[in-house]
Design a protein around this ligand. Structure first.
Ligand code: HEM
Length: 422
């Protein structure tokens, strides 16, 4: 690792030398920022990681402030959210920053993962970076689920009831697991307080640690280029990649510009459409949880609905085990199968720009079926929507399960030696 050199103004030299002798400050800054190079032809999809970091900070800060006024009990929860919205100074803003942040997080992370499918970001040597990402995705889904119950609204209550009861469908261990998760025989204040502890303490700690590990893995293997070029191949006399730009100050400056655009969009939603027509904050959730009254139609928040639609698409029992269990299996498999991508993709090239028509067509079908499933998960089930959900579920899995075949047989284009700047 290079000695203490760099751009830090001479005037701080003495102080920095004192620090560096006791803590690798300059070395770490150089390794992760001023000497860390990313391809110079990154497009807007490569901004999602940075924006995900911004939203993570937003969720942590607004979450801490909301916790100062929130009461984690079945008697006090709903009223305390009302109190935050009406009486706490700028409480409504904190709440909307947090609820909009949750949806923004998933929009950004889905685009971040889509970028991975498009440019093969899961391929060697980034398999572990992708797997860490998948664990982050699972932790985010759990964090969203536990947080969803906290307002103790009627949709929160019944939505959590549906998901928790799925665990109950697991043969033999199910009922015990369900009771353990609920902490009671029914969804109650005990369930609420344990979900509170998981949402406010356990999962944020896990997420922050995972994101730190994600950065370390990323800076060890480096970012991909959209055209699949490895920028480490061509370096100048000083060992700097010819097709790369240093993270500090270039990428950071570039990302600040994108952050401003993002914050404009984010604030537009927070101030003018925080419910987003019921997709970000559902109407039934403005009513307190009522164990005696189910909402007309129980549906989770939009970022879970593709998987919820797949769960409901399984309507046949198998081997004497009810359809509910097989639906649960399909749902879990659908969430987990992207983790297998590094081993399913057998193409000689990484980027969709060099891959053949089969890969392009399968990815397009995959995205369309995922979006259709997303919509189907928000509407009440009917024979027609169930049939469509079954077709889309098959197409969703076909993208992964047929990948070893179509990525091997299709004709690909050669990868350019140097990056192509648009
Ligand atoms: C809290 C959530 C997350 C944060 C803060 C985060 C942060 C980042 C950042 C800053 C980058 C570099 C810039 C970029 O390429 O966008 C990155 C790259 C990457 N992330 Fe994430 N990430 C998150 C979730 C995920 C998830 C869920 C996955 C996959 C399932 C993932 C997989 C990757 C991969 C494979 C790369 C390298 C991409 C490439 O160079 O092609 N990340 N991440």
């Amino acid at each position: 690792m290079p000695q203490a050199q760099g751009r830090i103004p001479r005037m701080l030299g003495g102080f920095m030398e004192w620090v560096d002798a006791r803590f690798p400050a300059t070395e770490t800054f150089q390794y992760h920022a001023s000497e860390y190079y990313a391809p110079k032809n990154h497009n807007f999809l490569y901004l999602m990681g940075w924006l995900a970091t911004i939203v993570l900070v937003n969720q942590l800060l607004t979450g801490i402030w909301l916790t100062m006024s929130y009461i984690p009990s079945s008697d006090g929860a709903f009223a305390s959210v009302e109190y935050i919205m009406r009486d706490v100074e700028y409480g409504w803003l904190l709440r909307y920053l947090h609820s909009t942040g949750a949806s923004a997080f998933f929009i950004i992370v889905y685009l971040h993962m889509f970028r991975g499918l498009l440019y093969g970001s899961y391929r060697k040597p980034r398999e572990l970076l992708w797997l860490i990402g998948m664990v982050i995705y699972l932790a985010l889904m759990a964090e969203g689920f536990f947080g969803y119950l906290l307002p103790w609204g009627n949709m929160s209550y019944w939505g959590a009831q549906v998901i928790v009861s799925l665990v109950g469908a697991i043969p033999y261990a199910g009922p015990g697991l369900m009771e353990w998760l609920r902490g009671d025989f029914l969804m109650s204040g005990i369930t609420l307080t344990r979900f509170f502890a998981l949402h406010v303490v356990a999962l944020p700690l896990v997420l922050v640690m995972l994101v730190f590990v994600h950065f370390v893995a990323l800076h060890h293997v480096g970012s991909t280029a959209p055209d699949g070029v490895d920028i480490k191949k061509f370096k100048d006399q000083k060992g700097k990649p010819l097709d790369g730009v240093a993270f500090w100050p270039y990428t950071v400056t570039h990302d600040i510009h994108a952050t401003v655009v993002f914050l404009f969009l984010f604030c537009a939603v927070v101030f003018f459409a925080p419910e987003m027509g019921g997709y970000f904050l559902e109407k039934p959730n403005f009513e307190m949880a009522n164990p005696l009254k189910t909402p007309d139609h129980i549906a989770p928040v939009w970022y879970y609905t593709p998987f919820y639609a797949m769960l409901r698409a399984v309507t046949y029992p198998l081997f004497g085990v009810p359809a509910k269990f097989w639906g649960f299996v399909v749902m879990v498999a659908a969430i987990a199968i992207p983790a297998m991508l590094p081993w399913l993709d057998r193409s000689p090239v990484a980027s969709m720009r060099s891959k053949g028509m089969l890969s392009k067509a399968m990815l397009a079908i995959f995205i369309v079926s995922f979006l259709i499933l997303g919509y189907l998960g928000t509407v009440a089930p009917s024979a027609a929507t169930t049939a469509l959900a079954q077709v889309c579920t098959v197409l969703y899995f076909a993208y992964f399960l047929l990948m070893p075949w179509y990525t091997r047989v299709e004709k690909t284009k050669p990868v350019p030696d140097r990056v192509t700047v648009p």
